[in-house]
Write a protein that binds this ligand. Sequence first.
Ligand SMILES: NC(=O)c1ccc[n+]([C@@H]2O[C@H](COP(=O)([O-])OP(=O)(O)OC[C@H]3O[C@@H](n4cnc5c(N)ncnc54)[C@H](O)[C@@H]3O)[C@@H](O)[C@H]2O)c1
Length: 433
Amino acid sequence: MKNTVLEKISKRALRVAVIGLGYVGLPLATTFAEAGFHTTGIDVDQKKVDQANCGESYIPDIPDNLLRRLIDEECLNFTSDYTILDEKDAIFICVPTPLGKTHDPDISYVISATQRVKTHLQPGQLVILESTTYPGTTDEVVLPELESTGLRVGVDFFLAYSPERIDPGNHDYNIHNTPKIVGGITNTCAELASALYEAAIERIIPVSSTRVAEMSKILENTFRAVNIGLVNEIAIICEKLGISVWEVIEAAATKPFGFTRFLPGPGLGGHCIPVDPHYLSWKLKTLDYTTRFIQLAAEINRSMPSYVVEKIGEALNEQHRSFNGATILVMGVAYKRNVDDVRESPALDIIQLLKARKSIVLYNDEYVPFLTLGDQTFCSQPISSGLLQAADCVVIVTDHSYYDVSWIVREARYIVDTHNVTHEYINEKILRI
Ligand SMILES: NC(=O)c1ccc[n+]([C@@H]2O[C@H](COP(=O)([O-])OP(=O)(O)OC[C@H]3O[C@@H](n4cnc5c(N)ncnc54)[C@H](O)[C@@H]3O)[C@@H](O)[C@H]2O)c1
């Protein structure tokens, strides 16, 4: 069985399926299609399937012409029909792993995708989970489900975990040149998964188990969440001390060893960093252990939108204005620069806090033309001198690279700058965190 899979990989005869065609799944499907494997993307969202089949990418990092070329060359197609799995040799699962209302992991998507895979599980198939999740998901949740078919792991089918490290909007690092960590349930599972990734990705990092692979991803994101929490608290401390946190960080960052530069901001956003550490916290709760760093960092990071709103209050106060009736222009609602993803974006909290204070909120974000919050839908406003001048305060929440900062500084009445993009200007009308 093992040799058959290896031979199919080397001859590019292995047929790949990718379940979940979002920010992770669509790039992964194109990566394997580009590497010469016939690949089918599967999603429950028929709109995405239809759009992708027409060669229209909805993920900014995947250009339409790449999709069209791969579809025309008959290397890539998309469907919502799981029966295609009967013909597949390798199946990647890239479905969401969000938090539930109580901040506990919601692995219902992983379970549902696994149950679908189970229905079509064939001898010789290689299944790889890529969704970010707590250590133990692959062996405690996915494995028993697949083995309930009577097929045995490492013998009849193969199961591995490999965390996705994609960084949307990053032009230097992509799937090809970002090292890929791979852990298998058995050595053969790890060997086969590594061989498949090697065909498409420059460097593979095999680890001893799926749990190590799962934990390594959570460590990466917890490392970021905790360090961002630390630097956000340092920003609050620096303000109390009357010094610039930005100058402090630049000075500290000149140390050539032992210091990693993290920057403060309006709070954490995206599908990963604010979410993934809670997967670990939850898992450890089941083992009667409290993950203190994660909780403290989350507390500080979650308080940042309120801190930004306090700054907006200061800017209004200087103009003898109150929140009630003031016009606030939010620059950038995506969770980070140059992407269209608003999941967990701190801008959403800031807008809601401002709405609760009865401010009139407008926003600009070329990547996000519409934004629905509760029962209200906002439209991105084109930036103009009139718009900048009409706002009692302009708050820069996302540091998109298309902003003309000198123009914003010239036109705006007051600015709250959460990313120090106005660093070249010394102006009492600019309030920085
Ligand atoms: N977005 C990132 O930058 C990033 C980076 C690294 C890891 N991850 C992790 O990768 C996983 C996927 O994230 P994403 O950002 O791609 O999510 P996403 O929401 O963009 O895409 C997930 C897709 O899965 C589909 N889906 C849900 N259930 C399904 C099912 N049963 N069968 C088929 N399709 C199904 C959804 O319709 C959606 O299109 C998550 O665990 C996430 O934490 C994300």
